[in-house]
Design a protein around this ligand. Structure first.
Ligand code: GMT
Length: 374
């Protein structure tokens, strides 16, 4: 099939999922065209099956806000005509589903039909999309997509609760390429970061307020009070400055490393003993799944789609938002019990296998066929 993909090209989960999916589709023989404002960060090499088309938005003084949707929909029309694209897959409803609908209308005028698949990722529904300023446009774009998917059952329910949706929503979970991790022992340089006796705790996110970075640090403080430990904070975002201040206030400067945005999370997760994800909202928690494939147990909140990924008492623990004391207590008990830790590591790895790329790829291929033929 010839597939165009629109996504945010950043480190955010939706961009990562879209990019990994596009790469896998191209490896399966499909022709994939990414249309976005920057080459997606995880898209390292292009080839005859994998293209990137940059959406340029010229700055014009008259505009307080540069019209990205307009440029995107025009670019989509050009790419779809030039490459005879059969289906357009947009990740994250805002503004992608809206721009896709405009592109479809323009193409209709020229006698070309463009099927649209929209994947809802989380904050496009739970945070931004349901805001009254956007709600009508988001409802309209979802209802005018040919096929709608969401990354968890929980997000599907939220979407049906927040919007008047007339379409069926298909749940297709996020995924991981398990083959990459199953076969070989990948090199792992733990000694560069921690002493043998130190436990390594990791958090990866875009450091936005809803990730509750202060809960990560407060939980870590309680752990570090009773055992040698280090905290790796990976990612960059608006909460970083507050986090640095809190780390300093709690006198943890020598125990907490801010590693910034990274394309090498595999190299960090491979030596991690525990992953913390105390988010206020999380439609799926791709970062938790990425930790689990590295055999890292996860302590997370019990919100959104997290219970569909992390199994309480098996692959980690789930607690209510803000339950710092409980998270720390569970972490300390687990890290102090090597046998239990080992069994959680194995269960995390086994659970991650259920989200194998191959299973999910087949589901998306079926969805594209459905969109094309309806
Ligand atoms: O987590 C974020 O803040 C980024 C956001 C995004 O859209 O890039 O992530 C959302 O989509 C991911 C991929 O489907 C999910 O794994 C995340 O749980 C979801 N984030 C939230 O719902 C807060």
């Amino acid at each position: 099939m010839k597939i165009a993909i629109v996504c945010y090209p950043t480190f955010g989960g939706s961009g990562v999922v879209a990019t990994e999916l596009g790469i896998a589709l191209s490896q399966a023989g499909h022709e994939v065209h990414f249309v976005t404002y920057h080459q997606p960060v995880r898209l390292e090499s292009l080839n005859t099956n994998l293209y990137f088309h940059e959406v340029l938005v010229p700055e014009y003084d008259l505009f307080k806000y540069q019209p990205y949707e307009l440029a995107l929909s025009s670019k989509l029309v050009d790419v779809i005509k030039a490459y005879n694209i059969e289906v357009l897959h947009v990740h994250y409803a805002i503004p992608h589903a809206y721009a896709a609908y405009m592109a479809r209308k323009m193409l209709e005028d020229q006698g070309i039909h463009l099927p649209i698949v929209t994947t809802l990722h989380g904050t496009d529904i739970t945070l931004v999309g349901s805001h009254p300023f956007y709600k009508s446009a988001v409802t309209f774009s979802i209802n005018h997509s040919d096929v709608v998917t969401s990354v968890s059952q929980s997000l599907k329910e939220d979407t049906l609760n927040f919007f008047e949706i007339k379409k069926e929503i298909h749940v297709i979970p996020n995924f991981i390429d398990t083959e990459k991790y199953n076969s070989k022992d990948l090199p792992c340089s733990r000694e560069l970061i921690a002493q043998k006796e130190e436990k390594v705790i990791t958090h990866i996110s875009n450091l936005r307020p809803l990730k509750r970075l202060s809960d990560v640090i407060k939980t870590f403080k309680k752990i570090a009070d009773v055992m040698p430990a280090k905290l790796m904070i990976v990612g960059s975002g608006p909460e970083k400055a507050n986090a640095v201040r809190l780390v300093s206030k709690l006198k943890l400067d020598r125990k907490v490393a801010f590693l910034g945005k990274s394309l090498e999370i595999d190299k960090i997760l491979c030596y991690s003993d525990l992953f913390l994800l105390p988010s206020e909202k999380e439609s799926f928690g791709l970062a938790a799944l990425e930790a689990m494939i590295h055999k890292v147990p996860v302590i997370s909140t019990d919100v959104g789609g997290l219970p569909e990924v992390n199994v309480h008492g098996q692959t980690g623990y789930l607690f209510p938002v803000g339950a710092v004391d409980q998270m720390a207590e569970a972490a300390i008990t687990l890290l102090n019990n090597p046998q239990q830790h080992q069994s959680f590591k194995a269960a995390a790895f086994a659970q991650a296998q259920k989200f194998d790329l191959k299973l999910v790829l087949a589901q998306y291929e079926a969805i594209y066929k459905k969109a094309i033929t309806t």
